[in-house]
Design a protein around this ligand. Structure first.
Ligand code: HEM
Length: 399
């Protein structure tokens, strides 16, 4: 570890139940020590101010791909999971990252996303039509269904696969949680194998029966030769299917909880204020709190000298509550003037799906609060103990 002088050490277990329910108190304390702190439990420097997180996200001397000298042989039982990760744009840097990302971006044009609006709208109404009169889990019945069904439609995967996709996806992303065990690893490897086998067969089927969707477009990119290998095609589909719902489900869930807790429904029901309100929901309680980067060279940033190979944590949830940027940052104010928040990251890996997530939130939240004006929570909502996936376990509500 490079020089730690003048940097404050902070201690906070990421699995401490009180911290998981409210990580913002820790962030406020840590931020008082400066842009960077040394987070003992992770044995890592962590960026906690908005300016430090933004600077590190955009600094090309840092990246997500593991420097070659740090790559370790992976244990046999993890091989299927590693085989998927090895081709994920999220784990790569240029030039492979650029090629994979540009193929996907072609399908994520603002026009293509805007065209999904009527189908998202109809889906929201159908789901609400099915709400029972007695208390039910809104997270399952609404917040989960919208993103998973929408990403199935965008890719061209049959909607009846949605429950199976959720199971595979949950098993795979559990690998990023703070409390990962051998059981987590075995389940992720199994899910990776099954998900890959399903897609390999499905891609073959679709090759013979092309349609107007993202999988068909990716298949043509593969057929055109060097642009996309078979493994990259399968991994890209898995990445989009997983990333396409995991965070949005909890952005919606955390948002509904916050709006009900603060009595701000009125600002959510109006289409004039919804854009600002969605940005404030994303700022106030984002679903993803921590990503890391490796230093690719010796570099000094925010007064700290990083050595090549050092890993640094970027605390997105802390950046979003920085009083240097937002006045009264711990207050939820849906009428705030929009300042770009950090919830979708920044720089090269800026979330590809941000326009889609925003579209889903802008449609789903006003429809929910307009159609269910009496919506209220029956039980206090609790966050699951998985730290950097900051989402609720359930949202028991009554209409
Ligand atoms: C509110 C919902 C969402 C949030 C908060 C979110 C957040 C993020 C963040 C923070 C990153 C960057 C990670 C880093 O810099 O290390 C990211 C990357 C990514 N997201 Fe999202 N995301 C959301 C929804 C989506 C959706 C709907 C999709 C897909 C359709 C998606 C696909 C991706 C992909 C493919 C990447 C990797 C981009 C790259 O490596 O170049 N995300 N997301």
């Amino acid at each position: 570890m490079a020089s730690l002088h003048r940097m404050q050490t902070v201690t906070q277990s990421p699995t401490d139940p009180a911290f998981v329910q409210n990580p913002y108190l820790f962030y406020d304390t840590a931020r008082q020590f400066g842009d960077l702190v040394y987070w003992e439990d992770y044995d890592m420097v962590a960026a906690v101010s908005h300016s430090a997180v933004q600077a590190l996200l955009r600094d090309r001397r840092f990246g997500r791909e593991v420097p070659p000298e740090l790559t370790k042989p992976s244990p046999e039982h993890l091989a299927p999971w590693i085989a998927v990760e090895a081709h994920s744009m999220l784990e790569l840097e240029p030039p492979r990252h650029t090629r994979l990302r540009s193929l996907v971006l072609r399908a994520f044009t603002s026009r293509a996303i805007a065209e999904l609006a009527p189908s998202v709208e109809a889906l929201c109404h159908e789901l609400i039509d099915r709400f029972p009169d007695e208390p039910f889990d809104l997270l399952e019945a609404y917040c989960t269904q919208i993103p998973v069904i929408t990403i199935c439609r965008l890719l061209g995967v049959p909607e009846h696969m949605a429950p199976q996709l959720l199971t595979w996806s949950h098993a795979m992303v559990a690998m990023y949680q703070a409390n990962r065990t051998r059981q987590t690893e075995d389940a992720a490897a199994r899910a990776s194998n099954e998900f890959t086998a399903f897609l390999e067969e499905y891609v073959e089927q679709r090759r013979k029966d092309p349609r107007d969707d993202l999988i068909t477009r990716l298949i043509s990119a593969e057929e055109e030769g060097e642009k996309l290998s078979r493994k990259e095609l399968i991994t890209t589909c898995i990445l989009l299917l997983n990333a396409g719902h995991e965070a949005t489900v909890h952005a919606l869930g955390n948002g509904v909880k916050t709006v009900l807790a603060t009595g701000t429904q009125e600002q959510i029901t109006s289409l004039e204020t919804i854009d600002k309100a969605v940005e404030e929901i994303l700022r106030f309680d984002p679903p993803l709190h921590m990503f890391t980067r490796y230093a690719y060279e010796d570099v000094e940033i925010c007064g700290h000298s990083f050595a090549r190979g050092d890993e640094v944590a970027l605390l997105l949830g802390a950046a979003n509550r920085d009083p240097e940027i937002w006045s009264d940052p711990n207050t939820f104010d849906p009428s705030r003037n929009v300042t770009p928040n950090t919830s979708f990251g920044g720089g090269l890996h800026f979330c590809v799906g941000a326009p889609l997530a925003r579209l889903e939130m802008r449609i789903a939240l006003p429809i929910l609060f307009n159609r269910c004006p009496e919506l209220n929570l029956v039980d206090g909502a609790r966050y699951s103990n998985s730290y950097h996936f900051h989402g609720l376990t359930e949202l028991i509500a009554q209409i």
